[in-house]
Design a protein around this ligand. Structure first.
Ligand code: NDP
Ligand code: GDR
Length: 328
């Protein structure tokens, strides 16, 4: 039997790495789209960490380049396409609103067009986001909660979300949008709050830093583990009918409490090290997010398996190990 083939954009990011690992384990041929850089080679450190870099076929491509995307899809003839690429850091989206609109918004249209023109039978996954809820109007957010984006990133994601819905309804494409709440791991970028905190806890513990400067520590998020969330992406594409699903844990925690969990695992007291710094505040904030994933549970039995405390401990331990290795 021929292997199933999946194309993943955003292969060098956190989710791309975990999704590639999952699909390789299921016997897929995995093609990862990477944008060209002047640095030698591809930034494979996340795939290296998982020990799978040599199993993923890398191909040059950029979400802003429609003809290149068409070529990739035409040559690969994939069964499944996962569009994970984006300018994904919310705070940067105020500094680079045009680029964010292009890659995080128009980039989705380019991918949808490439699939529609070159492999219309392929199943398509769009990485939508809980940031689209923004100024929330319901205490728990589900697929029917109205959107109110609060950043250029969230506005761009909303465009990608509705384009995905529109291509499904207009062209009958098997296109699903996963509205994923925050998900983290040792492979999370250092600029995101969880990893910033676990990395700082590790550096302070090892005497490599003496403070942690933070923005709004009252913000609350529904944090899950990326490993659980890429499983939900795959499950969505195995359904006979494409649809949109919220993926979340159903528990919300403040940044302040997250810091407590990480610092206490490292044996540190936050009051001694954490300082508020207005530089990390945002022009508009999303105060609280809490997801209701009951539709995904009912449709295909998805539930988060890894809890927040377990995940934060894993992240602190991984950061401690990395810094110790550098010191040795
Ligand atoms: P990362 O920031 O870790 O990865 C983003 C990826 O997109 C990188 O591989 C990056 O490549 C690539 N990329 C950026 N711009 C382009 C472009 N123009 N063309 C091609 N590739 C590009 O994100 P995550 O893995 O955390 O998230 C994956 C997706 O899920 C993103 O779309 C994100 O917005 C969305 N999302 C994430 C959530 C989370 O909590 N993690 C929650 C909800 C949605 P490079 O390495 O070259 O920079
Ligand atoms: P978010 O993630 O914006 O929710 O987007 P991030 O971890 O950046 O922020 C979460 C919350 O923490 C507050 N915060 C800080 N954040 C950062 N990064 N640094 C700080 O010093 C700091 N202090 C407080 C923020 O204000 C915010 O309220 C992530 C991304 O992965 C998106 O791509 C994705 O779509 C959403 O999650 C769901």
């Amino acid at each position: 039997m021929t292997k199933k083939c999946a194309v993943i954009t955003g292969i060098t990011g956190q989710d791309g790495a975990y999704l590639a690992q999952l699909l390789l384990g299921k016997g897929y041929r995995v093609i990862g789209v990477v944008r060209r850089s002047s640095h030698y080679g591809v930034a494979t450190h996340r795939l290296d960490w998982l020990g799978i870099s040599d199993q993923v076929e890398m191909i040059d491509g950029d979400l802003l380049d429609l003809s290149g995307l068409c070529r990739i899809i035409r040559d690969a003839k994939p069964d499944e396409v996962y569009n994970l690429a984006a300018q994904s850091f919310v705070k940067t989206s105020w500094d680079q609103p045009v680029l964010t609109s292009q890659s995080t918004g128009v980039g989705v249209v380019n991918m949808l067009e490439a699939v529609r023109l070159e492999a219309p039978e392929a199943r398509f996954y769009q990485a939508s986001s809980s940031e689209m809820y923004g100024l929330i109007q319901e205490p728990m957010q589900s697929e029917t909660t109205p959107f109110y984006p609060r950043s250029p990133y969230a506005v761009a994601k909303l465009m990608g979300h509705w384009m995905t819905v529109n291509y499904r309804e207009s062209f009958g494409m098997h296109a699903s949008s996963g509205i994923l709440f925050n998900h983290e791991s040792p492979l999370r970028g250092l600029e995101f709050v969880t990893r910033k905190v676990t990395d700082a806890a590790a550096r302070i513990k090892l005497g490599l830093a003496d403070e942690l400067r933070m923005g709004n520590t009252d913000a609350k998020r529904d944090w899950g583990h990326a490993k659980d969330y890429v499983r939900a992406m795959w499950m969505m594409l195995q359904q006979d009918v494409a649809d949109d699903y919220v993926v979340a844990t159903g528990r919300t925690t403040s940044v302040k409490d997250l810091i407590d969990i990480a610092f206490s695992h490292a044996g540190l007291s936050p009051e001694q090290y954490v300082k508020l710094d207005p530089a990390f505040l945002r022009p508009a904030e999303v105060d609280v997010l809490l997801g209701d994933a009951s539709k995904a549970k009912k449709a295909f039995g998805w539930e988060a398996e890894i809890g927040l405390e377990e995940m934060v401990r894993e992240m602190v331990d991984a950061d401690l190990a990395r810094h110790r290795q550098r010191q040795a």
